[in-house]
Every structure is written in structure tokens, then in C-alpha cells.
Design a protein around this ligand. Structure first.
Ligand code: UD1
Ligand code: CA
Length: 474
């Protein structure tokens, strides 16, 4: 169902004192994405005309994040300086956005530090707000432990006001109906009330929550929208809240994946970000941390003890064991690990084996190629059916010019153990490099390159050395 036109405001100017951090609170990451970005993502699932983010503390950093964010809708900012409270934050929009003064639709108010909210909850709230013809709707939740949240005081069927934790009496503190800090309001009617707020309270701030009592006094229709799952509105005020949100978001994702046919053997030790997609009949073993724009195919086995981050694409029937994968692609039926690292634009085709203690960086590898042991492949291009012997190194770094050079190993080439390939260099098709070689020149197709000291055998030397009382030189 389409909503009437609405705009959104996201409060994100606060310092987040309780986090004791140099990073502005709303930029703290949750599964790799700043809290504020998670809120913007959720909003993107609705049809907001525009979002206005209130920035203040650390606003250069926050604005940088917003500039890099690709929203499907207009996202603007308004500066709040100094930060005198949530009510003062919203007042800035009224005072600084002349174009909003003529807006007569609804405005959704969100907090940049409430990252787990689901779009469906906002949708339900907007629908209730419009169906009940409310002037102001407050999203509320019932919490067993409401400590820290504003309590919603209700008389009869009607909301009277919201009292903050620090201003509440002992009786008010017993109230378990909490203000989630999320509202929907008729901008033309309710925003003028912001001018009447006072800072006469325990924190000396202009509370947005006081607008509720002002709206009731003005005779406006104030309604409540009840949220079933209070976890959705967990706010991040301290590090412990961040950990709690991480747990909730993780469990949500694991439940979704298991429902879709993925085996998660030990959920308590498995951490998967909400962006991760995994095909049916795949298994994630204990100790994995997967976060980012990750897509894993069917019948894969991931873990134990595997991390993935950035943008990762894994085809069907792949095994990744005890390894780290970042910004890479892995083709079908490939085996990675144990103890491998793939990073920064690795592109591996099907039926490839990358074994223990192999690091692969910015390298393309074609099908049926093996690098099974103790190897570094950086800035390289490997063809199909290549074998990389144990201990092979692509020496890709030129320290004089401070640049990385490329190594090309064509189809069918075999690189002997403990070889160093000094880039830029090409090993031709079906060529062989003898073990222990240091290759500085291109090797032609079908050639054997040997670049090491020749072996010399000295007959009977050991016997002579043992028999002698003085040192015997070879
Ligand atoms: C607020 C509510 C509380 C509610 C809770 C839900 C008020 C007064 N209290 O409390 O009733 O239960 O949220 O999570 O609104 N911010 C600004 N400018 C400021 C101050 C804050 O933009 O001057 C932003 C913060 O960055 C944050 C949001 O507003 O994103 C909420 O501020 P915060 O200080 O965390 O309010 P709470 O104490 O959590
Ligand atoms: Ca908060």
C-alpha cells in the first residue's frame, strides 16, 4: 500500500558521551555498517520523499559518510550547533529549512542510534497514523527492563506525556511502556510546538518528548503505535548496547538463513551480518564471522573459523576452511584453506585449490589450478591447469619505484617448489620452472627454466672431514 507523501528526519547530532569514543556515536559500526547507515537503509525500503539528517557532533565525519552513501532518495543535512537536546535538534529543521515551512504532509522522526528497526514496523506506524487521522503518533514498546528509556504516561486510554529516566519519580520508573524515540507527526500542526519547549529538566536539555504533552494540551490527536518486539528499538547509548544490538541482529540473520535451508551448526559461535546471502544445503561451521556484501552458493561448507568481509561472491559447492576472504570471488568446486588468505580483488575460477599458508592478493586464477602450500601470489594472473609448487613467491613489489608489478603464469605451466618470480615476468604456456629458481626473465612456452647454482658432488668429502683433526675445506 502506498503511503501519503512523507518526509523523514533522523536525529544524529549527539555526541554519545556514554560510548567514550572519538568516533561520533552514529558512525559506530554494526556488522560493518555505521548505525546511521542502517537507519538510512531501512528508510530506503519505504517511500520517503526526502530525509533530513541532523548533524552536529563530529559533523564532518558524519557528512563524509552521508556523501558516500548512495540512497535511492534525497538525503540532506541540517546542522545543530550546539546540541541542546532532541527537541532543539528538530527545531533546527523548522528554523533552517524554509522549504519545509510549507510542507503539510507527515514527518517521520527517527534516531540515528536505533539501528534494528524494521521497515514493516514503520509502515504499520505510518498506516495507523494516517488511518486514525492522528496529529502525532508515538511508537512505544513494552520492556521488562525499561531503564534508560523515556516512560510513556497514560491515563485512561490517552497518553498524557513522556518522562525521561532522569526526571522520573520512583512510581514513574515502574512504568514499562517506553518511548522508542520514533514518531510520526503532522509537520504543519506539531512543529510550531517546538518553539515552546523549555530546558527545565534534569539534563537541562530541550526534550523532543515534551512535545507530546504540548500536543495533548493543544487538543491534538495523539496516538500510540505498539511494537511487539522491543528488541527492534534497542538504542545504542553505551558499548554494552552495541554488543546487545549485534547479538539481536546476528540471531535474526541466523534464523533467516536456517529457515532458508542453511545448516548453522552452532549459532552461539557463528556471526553473520544481515547482508549475507547463502544458498540452501550450505553449512556454516562454528567460529565464522561473515560480514559485508557476501553471497555464497549452494552446498558450500564454510568454516570452521573463517572470516569474510567486503564484497565476496562464492559459487556452488565451494569449501572454505579456517581462512580469511576479503573482496574476492571463488568459482564452483574450489577448495580454500585451511589457513589461506584471499584479499583485494582475487578472482578464482572453478575447481581451484588454494591450500594452507597461501596468501593470494589481486590475482586472477583460472580453472583446475593448484597452489596447495606456503605461497604468496600477488598481482598475478594464473592460467588453467597451472601448478604452483610449495613455497613459490611472486616478488611483486619494486621498492625503488614503490610500485607493484605483475606476474603472468600461462595455462599448463608448472612452477617448482621454492621459486621466486621477480615481476614483471611471464612464464609461458606449459613451461616449467625448476625448483629453487629465481626467475627474472620471461620463460617461453614449453621451455624449462632453471635459475640456481648447479649442484656439485665432492666424492668422499664427509669421510675425509671426519678422519681429519684439522678443518677440511670443500
Ligand atoms: C531518547 C528519548 C527517550 C527515548 C529514547 C529511545 C528524548 C529526550 N528522550 O533518549 O524518551 O526512550 O531516545 O531511544 O528525546 N540528538 C541530537 N541532538 C541533541 C541530542 C540528541 O541530534 O542535541 C540525537 C542523538 O544523536 C541520538 C538521538 O538524538 O541519535 C537520541 O538522543 P539520545 O541522547 O541518545 O537520547 P536518549 O537518552 O536515548
Ligand atoms: Ca539513545
Amino acid at each position: 500500500m502506498r503511503q501519503n507523501q512523507f518526509k523523514a528526519v533522523i536525529l544524529a547530532a549527539g555526541k554519545g558521551t556514554r560510548l567514550k569514543s572519538d568516533l561520533p556515536k552514529v558512525l559506530h559500526p554494526l556488522f560493518g555498517k555505521p548505525l546511521l547507515v542502517r537507519v538510512l537503509d531501512t528508510l530506503g525500503l519505504l517511500s520517503a520523499e526526502e530525509a533530513c539528517v541532523i548533524v552536529g557532533h563530529g559533523r564532518d565525519q558524519v557528512s563524509e559518510t552521508l556523501d558516500a552513501y548512495e540512497a535511492g532518495y534525497a538525503v540532506g543535512t541540517v546542522v545543530q550547533e550546539p546540541q541542546l537536546g532532541t527537541g532543539h535538534a528538530l527545531l533546527q529543521v523548522r528554523q533552517k529549512r524554509a522549504d519545509w515551512q510549507t510542507f503539510d504532509g507527515d514527518v517521520l522522526i527517527l534516531s540515528g542510534d536505533v539501528p534494528l528497526l524494521e521497515a514493516s514496523t514503520l509502515q504499520t506506524m505510518l498506516q495507523a497514523h494516517q488511518a486514525e487521522k492522528n496529529d502525532l503518533t508515538v511508537l512505544v514498546a513494552t520492556m521488562d527492563n525499561p531503564f534508560g528509556y523515556g516512560r510513556v504516561l497514560i491515563e485512561g486510554q490517552s497518553v498524557v506525556r513522556v518522562v525521561e529516566q532522569k526526571d522520573a519519580t520512583d512510581t514513574e520508573k515502574q512504568v514499562k511502556t517506553v518511548n522508542t524515540g520514533i514518531y510520526c507527526l503532522n509537520w504543519a500542526k506539531v512543529s510550531p510546538l517546538l518553539e515552546q519547549l523549555s530546558s527545565n529538566n534534569a539534563q537541562g536539555e530541550f526534550y523532543l518528548t515534551d512535545v507530546i504533552a504540548l500536543a495533548v494540551q493543544a487538543g491534538y490527536r495523539v496516538g500510540l503505535s505498539h511494537l511487539d518486539d522491543p528488541d527492534e528499538v534497542l538504542g545504542v547509548n553505551a558499548r554494552a548496547d552495541l554488543a546487545q544490538c549485534h547479538d539481536v541482529l546476528n540471531q535474526r540473520t541466523l534464523n533467516r538463513l536456517m529457515a532458508d535451508g542453511v545448516t548453522i551448526l552452532h549459532p552461539a559461535s557463528t556471526f553473520i551480518g544481515p547482508e549475507v546471502k547463502i544458498g540452501a544445503d550450505s553449512t556454516v561451521l562454528p567460529g565464522c564471522y561473515l560480514q559485508g556484501d557476501i553471497s555464497i552458493g549452494k552446498r558450500c561448507t564454510i568454516g570452521p573459523h573463517t572470516t569474510m568481509s567486503g564484497s565476496v561472491e562464492i559459487a556452488d559447492d565451494v569449501k572454505v576452511m579456517q581462512s580469511a576472504v576479503r573482496d574476492s570471488r571463488i568459482g564452483a568446486f574450489s577448495n580454500i584453506g585451511p589457513f589461506a588468505q584471499l584479499r583485494d580483488g582475487v578472482d578464482i575460477s572453478h575447481h581451484v585449490n588454494i591450500g594452507n599458508f597461501v596468501e593470494v592478493k589481486k590475482t586472477r586464477i583460472d580453472h583446475h589450478t593448484n597452489a596447495a602450500h606456503l605461497t604468496y601470489l600477488g598481482d598475478a594472473e594464473l592460467g588453467a591447469d597451472v601448478n604452483i609448487g610449495a613455497g613459490t613467491i611472486t616478488a611483486n613489489y619494486d621498492p625503488v619505484r614503490d610500485i607493484k608489478e605483475r606476474t603472468v603464469i600461462a595455462d599448463g605451466a608448472k612452477i617448482g617448489s621454492n621459486s621466486v618470480l621477480i615481476a614483471p615476468v611471464t612464464v609461458g604456456e606449459n613451461a616449467s620452472v625448476a625448483a629453487g629458481s629465481v626467475i627474472t626473465k620471461n620463460v617461453k612456452p614449453w621451455d624449462l627454466a632453471i635459475a640456481r647454482g648447479r649442484q656439485v658432488d665432492i666424492t668422499g668429502w664427509v669421510k675425509r672431514a671426519k678422519a681429519s683433526t684439522v678443518e677440511v675445506k670443500p
